[in-house]
Design a protein around this ligand. Structure first.
Ligand SMILES: *Cc1c(COP(=O)(O)O)cnc(C)c1O
Length: 380
C-alpha cells in the first residue's frame, strides 16, 4: 500500500495509477552514488554507467563557461534547428530527417508511444538494451523477446537477426535493435542487418540504437544509416552521452524518414532539449578530434583490460564499446559486493537475467587500475 498507511486509519483514498503504469517500476540507480562519493572521495571508481572518462571536448566546457544569460532565461529553440542543421550536414541527411531527444532514451520511449499500443507486439532481443522492454511496457504493448545467440557463437548473447526477422508478425508495430548492444557489447554486420531489413515488412519501423557508434572500430559494422535509402522504415538513434562525453546534458537524436520525424514531433515535448545542451552538442560536433581520442584511447584501454583479465577465473565478451561484460560462471553478487566495499562501482546484471555477469566500463587509468586490483583481491 502506498506510503505504508495502515488500512484502518481513515485517510485519503489510495491513488492508483492506470493498469499499465501499475505494472511498471521506477528506475533503480543501483547504488547511492552521492553518499559513496562522500565516503570514498576521489578514490571512488565509478564504472557502472558507461560514462566517458575523457569527458567533453574542452571547447564544450569553454562554451558553457561563457553562456549568455539569454541562453538560460529564454526557452530553448523548440526545433533545435542549429544542432539539427549541423548534424544533417555531418551525416549527409536533411534536417527534417532528424528528431532531437532529451537523451536517446527519450526517443526510444517516444518511438513506442507513437507506433505501438495495447495489443500490438514489439520485437527485441533477449539481453537487448533495457529501455526496449521499458518502452514496450510503458505503452501496454506485448513484448516478443527473441532468444539471443547461443554459447559457442562468436557473438554469444548478441542479437540473432534472422530469428528477429522471423519473429515479426502481423501484430508487430516496432522492432528494436542495438548495435553494438548494451549490456553485452555484441554487434552485427551491415550485411546481416540488410538481410534482416529485407525480411521485415516496410510498414514496421525498425529502430537501430547506435549509442556506441563513436566507439566502433570494426569496419564490417558500419552504420545502419547507409541502408536508409532502400529502407525508409529504418530509424537510427544516437546520443551525445557516450562518445561525446555529454551524458549530463541529455542530448540524443534519431535519424529517420521525414514522415517518421513528423510523427515523433506530435508527441515530443516542445522544449525537450535545453539551450545549454543544444549549444554544447553543436560545439561537440565540431571537435571530431576529441571523439577520435576517446575512441582510440578507449579501444587501447579495453584491449589492455581484457588481456589483464585473462588470468582471472572469468570470461570477457568481445566488445566494440566502452565497456566489458564479464561472466563469472556463478552468482556474481558476492564479487560485486567485494568491489563495492573497495570503492569500485560496477553494474550488476541480475535485472537482465544475467546474475553471473557484471558490466564494467573503461574509466580513467586510475579507476581501471583500482578495479583490477580490487577484482584480484576479491577473487583471490
Ligand atoms: C546509454 C545508452 C543509451 C541512451 O543514452 P542517453 O543518455 O539517453 O542518450 C541508449 N542506448 C544504449 C544502448 C545505451 O547504452
Amino acid at each position: 500500500m502506498a506510503g505504508g498507511q495502515p488500512r484502518d486509519r481513515p485517510g485519503p483514498m489510495p491513488l492508483e495509477p492506470n493498469p499499465i503504469v501499475a505494472r511498471l517500476r521506477a528506475y533503480d540507480p543501483g547504488h547511492d552514488l552521492p553518499s559513496l562519493r562522500l565516503r570514498h572521495g576521489p578514490a571512488l571508481a565509478e564504472l557502472g554507467s558507461n560514462e566517458n572518462p575523457y569527458g567533453p571536448s574542452p571547447r564544450v566546457l569553454q562554451a558553457l563557461r561563457t553562456l549568455a544569460a539569454e541562453e538560460v532565461y529564454r526557452y530553448p529553440d523548440p526545433q533545435g534547428l542549429g544542432l539539427r542543421r549541423a548534424l544533417a550536414a555531418q551525416l549527409g541527411v536533411e534536417p527534417v530527417e532528424i528528431c532531437l531527444g532529451n537523451g536517446s532514451h527519450e526517443l526510444l520511449m517516444l518511438l513506442a508511444q507513437c507506433f505501438a499500443a495495447p495489443g500490438d507486439e514489439v520485437v527485441h532481443s533477449e539481453f537487448g538494451f533495457a529501455v526496449f522492454a521499458i518502452a514496450t511496457a510503458a505503452v501496454g504493448a506485448t513484448p516478443r523477446i527473441v532468444p539471443a545467440l547461443p554459447t559457442g557463437h562468436p557473438q554469444r548473447r548478441g542479437h540473432d537477426l534472422a530469428a528477429i526477422a522471423a519473429a515479426v508478425g502481423p501484430r508487430t508495430r516496432l522492432v528494436y535493435l542495438a548495435n553494438p548492444n548494451n549490456p553485452t557489447g555484441t554487434w552485427f554486420d551491415r550485411a546481416e542487418l540488410e538481410a534482416c531489413l529485407r525480411a521485415i515488412p516496410a510498414n514496421v519501423p525498425v529502430v537501430v540504437d547506435e549509442a556506441y557508434h563513436e566507439y566502433v572500430t570494426e569496419p564490417a559494422i558500419g552504420s545502419a544509416l547507409a541502408l536508409r535509402a532502400r529502407h525508409p522504415n529504418l530509424v537510427v538513434t544516437r546520443t551525445f552521452s557516450k562518445g561525446h562525453g555529454l551524458a549530463g546534458l541529455r542530448v540524443g537524436y534519431a535519424i529517420a524518414d521525414a514522415a517518421v520525424v513528423a510523427i515523433l514531433n506530435r508527441l515530443r515535448e516542445s522544449f525537450n532539449v535545453g539551450g545549454p545542451s543544444l549549444l554544447a552538442a553543436t560545439v561537440a560536433l565540431d571537435d571530431p578530434g576529441h571523439v577520435a581520442t576517446t575512441r582510440d584511447g578507449t579501444r587501447a584501454m579495453r584491449e589492455q583490460l581484457a588481456r589483464e583479465l585473462q588470468s582471472l577465473p572469468l570470461q570477457v565478451t568481445p566488445s566494440q564499446t566502452n565497456f566489458l561484460l564479464l561472466d563469472f560462471g556463478r552468482d556474481a553478487a558476492p564479487v560485486e559486493r567485494g568491489l563495492y566495499e573497495r570503492g569500485v562501482v560496477v553494474r550488476p546484471m541480475g535485472g537482465y537475467g544475467l546474475p553471473q555477469c557484471l558490466r564494467v566500463n573503461l574509466g580513467r587509468e586510475d579507476e581501471n587500475a583500482r578495479f583490477l586490483a580490487a577484482l584480484r583481491e576479491v577473487l583471490a
